[in-house]
Design a protein around this ligand. Structure first.
Ligand SMILES: *Cc1c(COP(=O)(O)O)cnc(C)c1O
Length: 369
């Protein structure tokens, strides 16, 4: 049964929830009914049991090793998605001060909008340093044009705008602690965690199932939450409780651990980054070599995880989607704000799948151009 199911797996370019490595799903399947020979699944045991706690400790240790996370950072495994962090960040860190926000697309736009709600309630001041709106978020405003605060409590940006396919590869150089939304690029390339005050990422793009959000936060940023901050959103509290203030998303956390095992077996982040670059190069090259396809993002900011592209003749969009699906290439429809197509090529999407996509694109152009 496993073999047939595996053979039936198709190239899946979903933006999120997104593809999970087949080997991880097979392992989860094998362990499902009889986890560690206990006659129960991992979903059916207490999150406080020593066996489950061992899983969480192992997952954290693996993530620390994969990302080379320094000891003075806490790693939290929380719930509520990246979107809840848009609220948790000002509630924990604004503390009647100022915060800087860079807007480079839909997600950083939502983050600043949510922070402004708390500023409007009197929790502090939120300063949007710049927005890429004028370029339709195909470019990042030059840093010389940013209105950076002298004394910001933090500087927030989104490292990879999933919808617009725009990635900021080098962390901005500012004095305030950097906070990065890495939901769609965590573990895709090596980064220096020590350059950040906080990194957060929902799991359902580049790690595993929805329902889990990872927060990596420098210890000196803990303990400054507003009195209005809900206890479950309070980073210091969650750090003290080892992310178990209440029942965590036990299955998602377990599965994230399996994905970390898988990534280690691939050679870690450095190794997967090489493959990610090859995949992105192949796809962008195909787009750039043709006048039939277009990607509007400034070359230095083109995402290596999410590649939106349009057809010169948008009346062919529906045909492209129908024919690509018939060819077994799934979930290529672009986001409604951008239109056209989008191929999300996260860690679990193989070079072979991207090659299939590129072959299809070239054949489609021949047929319809
Ligand atoms: C998907 C995504 C989010 C929102 O994630 P939710 O889990 O739905 O809240 C936020 N930021 C980025 C960059 C994303 O890709």
């Amino acid at each position: 049964m496993t073999t047939n199911a595996t053979a039936n797996r198709v190239p899946n370019f979903s933006a999120g929830p997104a593809t999970i490595p087949t080997a991880v799903l097979e392992r989860a399947q094998n362990e499902l009914l009889d986890w560690q020979g206990r006659g129960m699944s991992v979903m059916e045991v207490s999150h406080r049991s020593k066996e489950y706690v061992a899983i969480t400790e192992d997952a954290e240790a693996k993530l620390r090793s994969l990302m080379d996370i320094p000891d003075n950072y806490k790693v939290l495994f929380l719930q509520g998605g990246a979107s809840l962090q848009f609220s948790a960040i000002p509630l924990n860190l604004l503390k009647d001060g100022r915060a800087d926000y860079l807007t480079t697309g839909a997600w950083s736009g939502k983050a600043v909008k949510e922070a402004k709600r708390y500023a409007d309630l009197g929790l502090g001041t939120v300063n949007e340093v710049a927005t890429g709106k004028d370029s339709n978020f195909t470019d990042v405003p030059a840093q010389s044009d940013w209105s950076v605060s002298e004394d910001a409590a933090y500087f927030h940006y989104c490292a990879n705008e999933t919808i617009h396919g725009l990635q900021i590869f080098e962390p901005p150089q500012v004095n305030a602690p950097l906070i990065a939304d890495m939901s769609s690029c965590i573990l895709s390339q090596p980064i220096d965690v020590s350059k950040f005050g906080m990194i957060y990422a929902g799991a359902q793009k580049n790690i595993g199932p929805a329902g889990l959000i990872i927060v990596i936060i420098r210890e000196d940023l803990l303990g400054q939450a507003s009195e209005w901050c809900p206890l479950l959103m309070n980073y210091e509290h969650q750090a003290e409780k080892e992310s178990m203030s209440n029942t965590p998303a036990t299955y998602s956390w377990y599965l994230a651990g399996l994905v970390f095992d898988w990534l280690e077996a691939q050679g870690g982040v450095e190794a997967i980054y090489k493959v990610n670059q090859q995949k992105a190069d192949l796809l962008y090259q195909t787009i750039d070599d043709s006048s039939f396809y277009n990607n509007p993002v400034a070359p230095e900011y083109r995402s290596i995880m999410n590649v939106p592209f349009t057809l010169a003749d948008s009346s062919l969009d529906k045909v492209f989607l129908a024919e690509s699906e018939a060819a077994g290439l799934m979930n290529l429809k672009g986001h409604r704000d951008v239109g056209g197509m989008r191929a999300s090529i996260y860690n679990a999407v193989s070079l072979e799948w991207v090659q299939k996509l590129v072959d299809f694109m070239i054949a489609f152009e021949k047929k319809h151009a």
